[in-house]
Design a binder for this molecule. Structure first.
Ligand SMILES: NC(=O)c1ccc[n+]([C@@H]2O[C@H](COP(=O)([O-])OP(=O)(O)OC[C@H]3O[C@@H](n4cnc5c(N)ncnc54)[C@H](OP(=O)(O)O)[C@@H]3O)[C@@H](O)[C@H]2O)c1
Length: 235
């Protein structure tokens, strides 16, 4: 693994399907190594085996991890830094869930579940890798927010609040990390043709790979001056 290839190494949460898996494939095509994370072991193993078959076993590692659990995120961090023999270049906070209720009917448990995965999970995963990225003096943290992070949607207040808040987290992180040469950006997709959209009533506007291409751009190709930006994918 040359230094040039190491700049494509990525930790991707929510990588067992959908947008995360599509981005993992793009990172591998660029020549990087990937650590895939999700909770469901069977689906994660299948995704890992599929990518190992295409790109080789030495370049793919899977860690079963709930991003909302700090102890499990610590294991993700240790295993990733062992696999990469150092810091990843890109951390992609993509794991997410949606649960739908109107505010006046929403149980607190539902609110807490959505916020703990989408927002606290992104905080915990970013925090876990930032020390090594800062010490390396390079890296990018990408937040997969949503166009729902710019507007209100009926019966999706917890989801929308989490996606707005991810953008605030990203912007603060971008300011804190500027001097360390670590950039932070958010990608805000519209309706994507993945499992998450099934039953939502929204028609897909784009493929998972359309979003993966945008993540690829902000993670690898965009200038450092893009830090702090929230990129809408909503055409
Ligand atoms: N689909 C859309 O229309 C759309 C639009 C805008 C933004 N987004 C965002 O894009 C991201 C990816 O969504 P997707 O559309 O690809 O959905 P998806 O197909 O449902 O994939 C979600 C991924 O996240 C994982 N995940 C969920 N909770 C997790 C947790 N607590 N810890 C670790 N992994 C977890 C899932 O695996 P497990 O369930 O096995 O953990 C799965 O790998 C999400 O953040 C979503 O909010 C999606």
């Amino acid at each position: 693994m040359t230094n040039d290839q190491r700049v494509f190494d990525a930790v991707i949460t929510g990588a067992s399907r959908g947008i995360g898996l599509a981005f993992a494939r793009r990172a591998l095509v660029r020549g990087g190594r990937v650590v895939l994370c999700a909770r469901g072991e069977d689906e994660l193993s299948r995704a890992c085996a599929q990518l190992e078959g295409e790109f080789g076993r030495a370049r793919v590692h899977a860690v079963c991890c709930d991003v909302a659990d700090e102890d499990e995120v610590a294991i993700l961090q240790r295993e990733s830094e062992r696999f990469f023999d150092g810091a990843p270049f890109a951390v992609v906070n993509n794991a997410g869930i949606v649960e739908r209720s109107a505010v006046h009917e929403m149980p607190l448990s539902q609110w807490n579940r959505v916020l703990s995965v989408n927002l606290t999970g992104a905080f915990l995963v970013s925090k876990a890798f930032l020390s090594a990225m800062r010490a390396a003096g390079r890296g990018r943290v990408v937040f997969v927010s949503s166009i729902s992070g710019t507007l209100g949607t009926p019966r999706a207040s917890a989801y929308n609040a989490s996606k707005w808040a991810m953008i605030g987290l990203m912007k603060s992180l971008a300011e804190e990390s500027r001097e360390a040469n670590v950039q932070a950006m958010a990608v805000l997709p519209g309706s994507v043709d993945t499992q998450m959209l099934v039953g939502s009533g929204f028609a897909p506007q784009m493929s998972a790979d359309d979003v993966a291409k945008t993540i690829e751009f902000v993670a690898y190709d965009a200038p450092a001056a893009i830090t702090g930006s929230a990129i809408e994918v909503f055409g």
